[in-house]
Ligand binder design. Structure first.
Ligand code: SF4
Length: 177
């Protein structure tokens, strides 16, 4: 059943052209997920994302991701069957875990073997490990199916949440500030 669900999720991701970040965004804010689907999140303009990109380019760690895999985690360990996401901070752990778990579920569906996810924080030895469970797959499948309706709808209204202060979309949502 788990494998069937992982394969279904992979099919949905391909059908709707979903990337790992969508699953992170939708766990944080539906408007941000909508903006992501519309290609308007402007993440690379955000200083924290820029810092993460710079760290990713300068920190040499093993686990290069082959091109053409269909997903783009920060690293991958084929021997241990683990996908790895690296972040600049430990914030929004639940949303970040959804992105990493999507990659792990995608690889589970692609290989027929169970994969797990690790989230590492730059400058820290802490590694959080997440496992693909039936519950996780059900949530990711719901989010994937929801993406089609979300993308077809008008943008959800901006709602002030704590994340807004550091969100890469804040200039779109709160132009007047
Ligand atoms: S600024 Fe706030 S409301 Fe706008 S997308 Fe970001 S988190 Fe959502």
């Amino acid at each position: 059943m788990m494998l069937q669900k992982a394969r279904y999720l992979r099919d949905l991701a391909e059908q709707y052209d979903l990337h790992g970040l969508y699953f992170q965004h939708v766990a944080l804010c539906r408007r941000r997920a909508w903006l992501h689907l519309a290609g308007a999140t402007h993440a690379v303009r955000n200083s924290r994302v820029q810092r993460g990109l710079a760290l990713h380019q300068t920190e040499k760690r093993p686990g290069e991701v082959p091109k053409g895999l269909g997903i783009a985690p920060d690293a991958i360990d084929f021997e241990r069957r683990v996908v790895i996401e690296r972040k600049g901070t430990a914030r929004a752990a639940d949303a970040v875990s959804r992105q990493a778990l999507f990659y792990a579920a995608f690889m589970t569906g692609a290989t027929g073997e169970p994969w797990s996810a690790e989230v590492q924080v730059y400058g820290s030895r802490n590694t959080m490990t997440y496992h693909v469970t039936e519950e996780v797959l059900d949530q990711l499948i719901r989010d994937a199916i929801d993406s089609s309706e979300l993308a077809a709808d008008v943008a959800p209204a901006a709602k002030r949440i704590r994340l807004c202060n550091t969100c890469s979309c804040r200039l779109i949502c709160w132009e007047e500030e």
